[in-house]
Every structure is written in C-alpha cells, then in structure tokens.
Design a protein around this ligand. Structure first.
Ligand code: ADP
Length: 162
C-alpha cells in the first residue's frame, strides 16, 4: 500500500490543489491531504473549516482522505507510514522555496521523498491568496474553487469583509 501525503494550508482549497490531489490519487493507493494547523499567515478559515472544505471537495475521490497535522511534516509522514510528500509546482517562482523545503525535509528524515506535480496549465496562476483577494473585492471566483468553497467564501466575506 503506497501512501502519499499532500500537505498545505488549504486556506481555502482551490481547483489547483484539487488537480494535484487527483493526479496523486492516480499514482498512489492512498492519498492523505494534510491540513497544517500551524499557519503563520493568519488564515481566513479555521483549521476545522479548512479540513471540512477539503473533505467536501475530495468526496468523489475514493482513495483520498483528509486530516490535520501540527508540528514537523516529516514526523507526521512517519506517523502515517507514508512513502512520499506530494507538492504542486505552478511556476519557476515556486521552485526555489519548494526545493529548499524538500531538501530540508530530507535532511530531517532521509526516508521522506518529495514528489512535485504540475497542475493543468490553466491552474498555474491560481493561489489561495489570490482567490481570497478577488473574492473580497467582489470578483467571481466560481471557476477557481470547488462549489462548497465558493459558498463558504461568500458567507465569510459577507459576514466580515477583509
Ligand atoms: P503552503 O501554505 O504550504 O504553500 P498551500 O495550501 O498554499 O500551502 O499549498 C499546498 C501545496 O499546493 C503546495 O505544494 C503548493 O505549491 C500547491 N499549490 C497551491 N496552489 C496550486 C495550484 N494552483 N496548482 C498546483 N499546485 C498548487
């Protein structure tokens, strides 16, 4: 049983994340989408809300499950008996940070492999940060996020605009 972990903040999950998760689900027997509790950026959605949105967005993928983690990713990977970490690479701009992160994780635990996957071309410009910014300015983000996320964004931003 080959297990992959897709870690991230998922604040909120976008169609770009989902594209990478779907690709990982074709390569691995089981994929665990791990929502990070430690979020230095000050998330719009709580950990429970982010987890819920991931669950709803990936409900149609039978070998994908969602979980939360805190502390070091390499420790979580070990706890879950996973074989690889899957990260999305959108553009060259992602590369430097991701490269650093992957090598640091390898330094912390040499058994943890990181695999990079490219999303569909039309998602390469997509980020959670941009989605939140556009939505908060009244723009339509319907084609960038799964339907439950669109509903959650509308509700959150109507209650307290950012
Ligand atoms: P982090 O805060 O750790 O960057 P994110 O939730 O933003 O976490 O992203 C988690 C992973 O998903 C990262 O590997 C990131 O590169 C990837 N990712 C984010 N947006 C996209 C996208 N549009 N297409 C492909 N991968 C993406």
């Amino acid at each position: 049983m080959r297990i992959a972990i897709c870690p991230g903040s998922f604040d909120p999950i976008t169609n770009g994340h989902l594209d990478v998760i779907q690709r990982a689900a074709r390569l691995f027997d089981r994929v665990i989408v791990a929502v990070a509790a430690n979020q230095p950026k000050g998330p719009l959605f709580s950990l429970a809300e982010r987890l819920d949105m991931v669950r709803l967005a990936a409900a149609h993928l039978p070998n994908v499950e969602a979980d939360t983690f805190s502390g070091l990713l390499v420790d979580y990977v070990g706890q879950r008996g996973a074989h690889a970490v899957v990260r999305g690479l959108r553009a060259v701009s992602d590369f430097e940070f991701e490269f650093q992160l992957a090598l640091m994780n390898r330094k912390l635990n040499e058994h943890v492999e990181t695999i990079f996957m490219m999303p569909r071309e039309s998602y390469t410009f997509l980020s959670s940060r941009l989605v939140k910014e556009i939505a908060s300015l009244g723009g339509d983000v319907g084609e960038f996020v799964p339907p439950p996320v669109l509903a959650a964004l509308r509700k959150r931003l109507a209650a307290n605009p950012i």
